[in-house]
Design a protein. Sequence first.
Length: 257
Amino acid sequence: MIRLFHVSDVHFGAEDPAALAWFAERVAAEKPHAVIMTGDLTMRATKREFQAGGAWLQSLGVPVTVEVGNHDIPYYWDPFRRLFAPYQRYAAIERMIEKPLDLPGVTVVPLKTTARAQWRWNWSKGRVSSGSLRRALALIEQAPKDHLILVAAHHPLIEGPTKGTAKTRNGDAALTQLAAAGAHAVLSGHVHDPFDVPIDRDGRIIRMIGAGTLSKRTRKTPPAFNELRIEGRGFETLVRSFGETAPHVITEDMRAG
């Protein structure tokens, strides 16, 4: 069995130290095969926040792959850095960004959903560009045909059962194309509450899986991360909540199509 810890929205700068220590303890005790971090490692994309977040991720002692979240890009009041040098401060985690994971029977495919600028006021919301989708589809095409394909993004591609929203532009069409290409699930963050929802696209089920937050910026649920337990191409999602003694299964073990 492959066990993955899916964590998101840690928000160094507004992090919850007790929740971070608890997560690190769980990693040390349970030794998952890898950690998938789906964005918003930082709060304001400062050098100090990236250094602290990078040190924390490196201290986990297991393979880690990181997606970029909207909070990991400089804010609007620093327009030059946001538009022309948005990734300048990533040195502390550069080797972990979209890092391939060597996992038996599992392929993790990155999908960028952040944008430096958009034709709307709220740039924190998601956007799937044609180039980002094309790269993700190419990686799915290259994956072994018997692998479970997990797409890692920051924003949910369509709205789920959460108070927070992503309003991801081109997300609905992207979800359809990812399902048709053979992806089994899209892992995301952004909304700070966990969920696992099966979506039927032309007779094929693709699951939208969202992780909670390990920051102080909680919404409906306490700090949490997800555990994915994978056997073959069947897998289940468990929510691991800070302060709770047992994980909560939010899906049945379903065979991936």
